[in-house]
Each structure stands twice: as structure tokens, then as C-alpha cells.
Design a protein around this ligand. Sequence first.
Ligand SMILES: Cc1cc2nc3c(=O)[nH]c(=O)nc-3n(C[C@H](O)[C@H](O)[C@H](O)COP(=O)(O)OP(=O)(O)OC[C@H]3O[C@@H](n4cnc5c(N)ncnc54)[C@H](O)[C@@H]3O)c2cc1C
Length: 393
Amino acid sequence: MAAIFAASTRADTLLLESTPDGGRKILISGGGRCNILPVRLDESRFVTESSPHTLRKIIRSWPLAEQIAFFERELKLPLVEETESGKLFPASNRARDVRDGLLALAGRRGARFCPNAKVTGASPTPRGWKVELESGAPLEADALILATGGLSVPKTGSDGRGLQIAEHLGHTLHPTYAALTPLTAAPPPFGHLAGVSLPVTITVRDGRRTATATGGFLFTHHGYSGPAVLDVSHVAVRAGPKSPAQIRVRWTALDEGQWELALRPDGTRTALGALRSRLPERLALALLGVAGVEPARPLAQLRRLERLRLVDTLVRGALPCTGHEGYKKAEVTGGGVSLAEIDPRTMESRRHRGLFLCGEMLDAFGPIGGYNFLWAWVTGRAAGLGVARRAAG
Ligand SMILES: Cc1cc2nc3c(=O)[nH]c(=O)nc-3n(C[C@H](O)[C@H](O)[C@H](O)COP(=O)(O)OP(=O)(O)OC[C@H]3O[C@@H](n4cnc5c(N)ncnc54)[C@H](O)[C@@H]3O)c2cc1C
């Protein structure tokens, strides 16, 4: 996106890409369908250690409706809404169309694509920038945009080298961490439920941070995944193993009072019978086990304490968690280059003239649902235009 907008203003643009093809995260995104944008944007769902005000300013520089129009008109890629999730996908359901469409447009606008070109360093010169490559002679440029991504799923080409370059150039990095990553429990107390999924509300708390999400939850062999778990995982990841975060789950839409009603004595109805109508049976059995209630026990015979324990488990059940799947599975990297060191209108570094930064390497990420591509599109466009504006000035 940065190359498209830089080249649009006739700047001589070279797109250096370490892999043979580029855009590999687009290819694996959204299960190969690419959740390109959200249907609606809630700015408060972005996470940053930098100023939320700066973040909002950046996001508002390219309104969602204009981004949708860009993909539909410029890339000729009609988008369709997945109503249940509020996500936008290309109508073709092919992530490849997004990646190929962006590369083709960059080419049409005049950018030259250089695959297998790994950047190993960058330094300012009296006239602009010297860019070092793993192989071949260094390049000279008037301006440099770093769009090298974060640390997640390094096999896609984003291995953190760009973050090192930014740090080497004097930028402050907020500590990086894996975000939107599955959580683990060793030993996994619910390993036998692997494959069971359901909508829940999950809350993760440590001493300083809280995150809550409502959405899909999936038991895995090693722990927990699904959009709701990924969305809150950053709090558990940052809490670390020494003082682990507390995770609580409301397993159904019912609150305490509603469960009290649902567990009222009702003929010969059993505890399992009451839970089974609202939860997958295997999970219902596991939760009864956690609460210490015999599944076959008639509701009429439940003791007060048993009832209280059961309601508590159903409404704010503790979920043991000892770790996470890390960058190997993380959809995004938390932390990164401080937004305070970037001009939010142009994405130009406040440390170096002619250096621009964008995308996942910056200190911001959003929830599942197209928010992270939105961040990449908005900041990439702003950086491309920023370079052009600078050249014109
Ligand atoms: C499995 C998975 C699924 C996802 N699904 C979605 C989704 O559906 N919707 C959504 O909004 N977000 C999704 N994301 C997140 C999204 O992919 C990222 O937020 C986004 O790709 C970040 O864009 P970026 O351009 O900043 O970095 P990247 O996409 O990581 O691109 C960086 C590029 O720079 C190249 N590069 C890195 N270092 C160098 C170097 N030194 N020299 C030359 N080139 C270099 C890399 O090879 C890469 O091509 C997903 C992520 C993953 C891992």
C-alpha cells in the first residue's frame, strides 16, 4: 500500500521484498480468504502503549468507507460482508486476489518490485538514505519507508529485522509480545474437550490490565483458541508465568440470576439435563466436575452450596492457563515503534527526516476482524503519501 501511494505521485519507487513473492501474510489470512477489513470500526478496540489520541488521528486519516471503495474500485475487488462476524472478505473468497491485486496496482502505478531483496541495514547520508542488502551493492534513496511487519509467523518473511533497523536508528521500541495467539495450559485440564467450540464471554485480568471479549471459543489439545481467546490473549501473554493473569469465562449468555432460575427444581430434571440444553454435553459434564456436582443429581436435591458453586462455575469459571503459543501462531505483534516518534499525518520519523514507518512494526494492533489489515492499509497509504509530499516540498 505504501508503494502504491508513493508511486502514485510519480516518485521513483522500489519495493524491496525479502521473500520470492511478498504479501505472504495476506495469503494465509482469514483461513486463505483474507478478512480484508471490518464492516464497522470501533477505534477503542486498538491496543497501544502510545497515545490513543495519536492512534485515532492516524486511523481517521483514511475513513473505512474510502478504504472499501479503494479495494472495490481501484483493485476491482468486490467485498462481501460476513454478517455473523462483521468481517469483509473479497467476494472471490481468495486471499491471493488481494495480494496479487495490490502488487499489480503497485506495478501499474510505476513501482518496481524487487523480490529476494533482504534489507539488512539503513543509514542516513547527507543526500538521503543508504540501504544495505543481504546480497548486492547498497542502494541510495531520497527517502525510505520501513514496512517490514513485526515478529509473528516469521516464516512469512517478517522476522523482526525491520524492528532492529528502527531501533538501531534510535527509535524507541515498546517491548514486543505475541498478540492474538492461542493460550495453553500444561497439563491441559480440558484436553479431552479438544474440538469443542461455543460462544462465550471471556475476561483476562492481571494486576494492571483487563480485556474482555465475547465470541467463539475453541478447546484445543494444548489449551484454548478461537476469536474471543485470541482477542484477550495479550493480557495473559504480558502477565507472564511469574504472576499469571486470571482468566474467567461465562460459558453461556445467561447471567447469575438467569442460571439460578434455570437450576430451579423441576420434576425429576437432573443437573446434567439443565446444563445440556445450553452447553455441549461434554463441556456440561466437565463443568459439573469442576463444580463438584454429580451429573445425575436431580435439581430438587441440589444443596445450596452446590448450587452456588455450579452457578459460579457457569458464570465466572476459572480457566487454568500456563502459557501461550507465541509468535509461531500469533496473528500480530504487540508493542513496537512508539507512535510518539512518528508524525501521525505523514508517518515520517521524528528522529530522521526522510524515514517513514508503517504497519505492524508500529506500537498498535487491533482485534480479530480485519482491524490489523486496516492498520496496515491506513499507515501504508499515509507513509506513501508522506514520502511524496516530502519530495514535493
Ligand atoms: C495467520 C494469520 C492470519 C491473519 N489474518 C488476518 C485477517 O484475516 N485480517 C486482518 O486484518 N489481519 C490478519 N492478520 C494480521 C495481518 O496479516 C498483519 O497485521 C499484516 O499483514 C501486517 O502488515 P505489514 O505490511 O505491516 O507486515 P507484513 O504483512 O508482515 O509484511 C511485511 C513484509 O516485509 C517483508 N520483510 C520483512 N523484513 C524484511 C527485510 N529485512 N527486507 C525486505 N523485506 C522484508 C516481509 O517478507 C513481508 O512481505 C493475520 C496474521 C496471521 C499471521
